[in-house]
Write a protein that binds this ligand. Sequence first.
Ligand SMILES: [Zn+2]
Ligand SMILES: [Zn+2]
Length: 215
Amino acid sequence: MTDTRNEDEHLERIWRMEEEGGGSLTLLRTHMGKDYDPLDIESLSRQGCLEVRGDEVAFTDPGRERARRLIRAHRLAELLVRDILGVPDFEAGACELEHLADTKVVDGICTLLGHPACCPHGLPIPRGDCCRAGAREVTSVVVPLTELEPGKVGRVVFLEASDEREIRLLGTSQIRPGTELRVRQRRPCYVVDTGTAAVALDEAVAATVKVLPLG
Ligand SMILES: [Zn+2]
Ligand SMILES: [Zn+2]
């Protein structure tokens, strides 16, 4: 029996295979194990989402768009469940949410989270209209650390550091998702308390740390 939810799982898997460099129906079957269903593949090609030739499988444009929306909802839901709701086992919740949320809700979650680039696994989150509209014009609940006044506390939701050096620096300073930081001072450089240490950061690096203000 095929239903939309099972079809969605196949589309998401094919998306993951593409991210990892491409694949085939054989590989898809290996990845999905008992969840693989040839009837879902058949139904998806009938709907014009997939093109199947022998063992080759590829998205059509509408198929790719449907998969992109699912992946986006899934990866944003992972962040939402882990960082805002504080549930460490974020996988189960994320899997349910991706099928329920419509584009408006998903864009709302994206905005709330400050338009994050990656999910907790470090995989890219496909962009939405909300991200293109300009992250700075909309109100996000998650803000750069540089927006917290001295004395305020924020919980790190994600790091947007762009180079390896910055990421290592933040990691060795115990600044990672889940850490609560209290801002001590903003000038002449940023100093935050991590609970175990005081860490000095320059403003550019502090701006890459996205936090949920806790008061
Ligand atoms: Zn993920
Ligand atoms: Zn966005």
